[in-house]
Write a protein that binds this ligand. Structure first.
Ligand code: HEC
Length: 208
């Protein structure tokens, strides 16, 4: 009897050991690059793991904010300022940073994001996602939570957002000093105050 149990434990340990070796070998072969996105299996397993790690009370938490036009607008301005560098104004994730991450910033207009319930989106915004580029934005203040609910409401707009709304958001996208300078030069040029047209920014890794 004891010999049988020992044999079983031994077999189990051997299987676990082999799986661990295969996993390490697979990770080793992947290398450190973030240039190739995770495959469909890795993506669905990690997304499932992510959802199960969100406490159920947090998932069920209802929004404390009504989805008024003002609240959605506040979410869109906040998004343009803090989130668009990775997620893009339209939520596609088509930015240099968003594309280069592992996993990449998802296209949040699609069902994979839109099918998540409000409490899940809110929890991710407040707490971030470990081992990904998604930062935690929570400030543990009522104002911060209000802003995060507005962001959730804005995320719901993404699949039907209009060109006019996207154009308005550009006003709130962060700019470096060189971009502000070029904008000011452009304004002065158009107003007839200067003679030189604005120089295009030279700091570009690739065309967007
Ligand atoms: C530095 C890059 C970066 C910034 C800035 C960023 N995110 Fe993310 N975000 C990510 C990445 C990468 C993921 C994918 C995480 C994953 O696959 O688990 C993500 C995922 C998410 C998700 C989960 C959606 C899904 O389907 O996986 C939400 C919601 C989200 N971000 C909201 C925001 C909001 C709101 C902001 C701004 C306040 C923001 N993010 C700013 C990189 C970023």
């Amino acid at each position: 009897m004891i010999r049988g149990v020992l044999k079983l434990v031994w077999h189990l340990a051997a299987v676990i050991g082999m799986v661990a070796i295969a996993l390490v070998a697979w990770l080793w072969m992947q290398g450190i690059t973030t240039r190739t996105p995770p495959g469909p299996l890795e993506t669905s397993v990690s997304r499932m793991a992510r959802l199960t790690m969100i406490p159920s009370a947090a998932r069920q938490r209802p929004s404390s904010e009504p989805a008024t036009a003002d609240n959605v607008r506040s979410g869109s301005e906040h998004w343009a300022d803090h989130c668009a560098s990775c997620h893009a104004n339209n939520g596609s994730g088509e930015t240099e940073m968003g594309r280069g991450m592992y996993p990449p910033a998802p296209d949040m207009r699609l069902a994979a994001t839109q099918d998540m319930i409000d409490g899940e989106l809110f929890y991710i915004i407040e707490n971030g996602v470990k081992l990904t580029g998604m930062p935690a934005w929570g400030t543990a203040t009522p104002d911060g939570e209000q802003a995060s609910w507005h962001l959730v409401q804005f995320i719901r707009r993404l699949p039907t957002i209009s060109e006019a709304e996207l154009a308005e958001m550009e006003e709130f996208n962060p700019r470096g000093a060189a971009d502000w300078q070029a904008l000011e030069q452009e304004r002065r040029f158009l107003a007839g105050e200067g003679l030189t047209p604005p120089a295009p920014s030279t700091h570009k890794h690739k065309e967007q």
